[in-house]
Design a protein around this ligand. Structure first.
Ligand SMILES: C[S@@+](CC[C@H](N)C(=O)[O-])C[C@H]1O[C@@H](n2cnc3c(N)ncnc32)[C@H](O)[C@@H]1O
Length: 307
């Protein structure tokens, strides 16, 4: 694990795909531009800056203020080439305007949560440690507790199913409604226990490949942070963000995200403006999964702008 406590996923593969766009030989005035849409703990950002050998500047975006504070220190030696923005990557064009940058040579989005966010109990992302049922990547907007305590049974069941394909979504929603009649659900472990009890009744423990609350927590996190809407907005503007020869890579962690990326990249290719650099999504090696289990569901896709 690196000094920021977060191992960047598929790092070698990201560098192999993106770095050639930083060292291409066409004429350019000034430095190459890297946009890290999810700079997080700065692991990918640092490696990209190192690989650029002083030839690039980096715009780092993240919703999470505490991540940005740590990353500022972590990238201190590159300070003159780094600008960090607390923003949603759905607003990447506005951030670029503010930074005075028209096009990106490299764009990366490593979606989802960081290990730092997962491990910080006070953020409420984890069913394994007790904390407030929050799950927000920024500090504004409704929390997971707001959703769990306010939605109707049908709305909850539909949300859990839509964002995780949890097959016991209806039973879980019914159990949530029963529990919240007694007292509001405000803690992560409270919700994890409610879900675990439902699944324990429905399927034998020996069949559990993952913690039974994994899918419900994923669904709530996606809803709280509007993850699919934000990704769709990024993908909508992406074709116009890259310079010719510029490359974009997106790492997704579940099939709902990957499907959006796959479709958007295919339509860019069919318009003749981009080519795919990954015919199939790149997956982590068995070695990487052993060292970093968080990487197990990662899928990386990459495109290059050709005109
Ligand atoms: C998997 S981590 C990125 C880790 C980073 N690549 C590294 O090497 O340290 C994902 C980050 O994306 C941020 N994030 C998620 N959705 C976002 C959005 N819509 N806009 C900006 N940042 C977002 C999270 O706050 C988190 O810090």
């Amino acid at each position: 694990m690196d000094d920021a406590g977060h191992l960047p996923v598929l790092l070698d593969e990201v560098l192999e795909l993106l770095v050639p766009a930083l060292h291409r030989q066409d004429s350019t005035d000034g430095k190459r531009v890297i946009i890290d849409c999810t700079v997080g703990c700065g692991g990918h950002a640092r490696a990209l800056l190192e690989a650029s050998a002083g030839m690039a500047m980096l715009i780092g975006i993240d919703l999470d203020e505490s991540a940005l504070l740590k990353t500022k220190q972590r990238l201190a030696e590159f300070a003159k080439d780094v600008r960090l923005f607390q923003a949603n990557f759905s607003e990447v064009r506005t951030v670029m305007d503010e930074a005075g940058v028209k096009l990106a040579d490299v764009l990366l989005a490593d979606l989802g949560v960081s290990s730092a966010q997962l491990q910080d109990a006070s953020r409420g992302f984890s069913f394994q440690v007790d904390g407030p049922l929050d799950m927000r990547m920024s500090s504004s907007g409704p929390t997971a507790a707001d959703i769990v305590n306010k939605l109707s049974q049908k709305e909850l069941a539909d949300l859990i199913y839509a964002y995780s394909q949890e097959r016991f979504s209806r039973e879980i929603a019914a159990a949530i409604i029963r529990a919240r009649k007694a007292a509001p659900i405000t803690r992560t472990t409270q919700l994890a226990e409610i879900v675990t009890r439902v699944i324990a009744r429905k399927s034998p423990r020996r069949r559990w490949r993952i913690h039974p609350a994994t899918r419900t927590f994923q669904a709530l996190r996606i809803a709280v942070n509007k993850e699919l809407e934000n990704l769709s907005k990024l993908l909508e503007v992406l074709p116009s963000l890259l310079s010719v020869g510029g490359r974009a890579a997106i790492i997704s962690f579940h099939s709902l995200e990957d499907r959006l990326v796959k479709r958007a990249f295919s339509s860019m290719v069919s318009r003749g403006t981009h080519r795919l650099l990954t015919r199939k999504p790149v997956r982590p090696s068995a070695d990487e999964i052993r060292v970093n289990p968080r990487s197990r569901s990662a899928r990386l896709r990459c495109v290059e702008r050709i005109k």
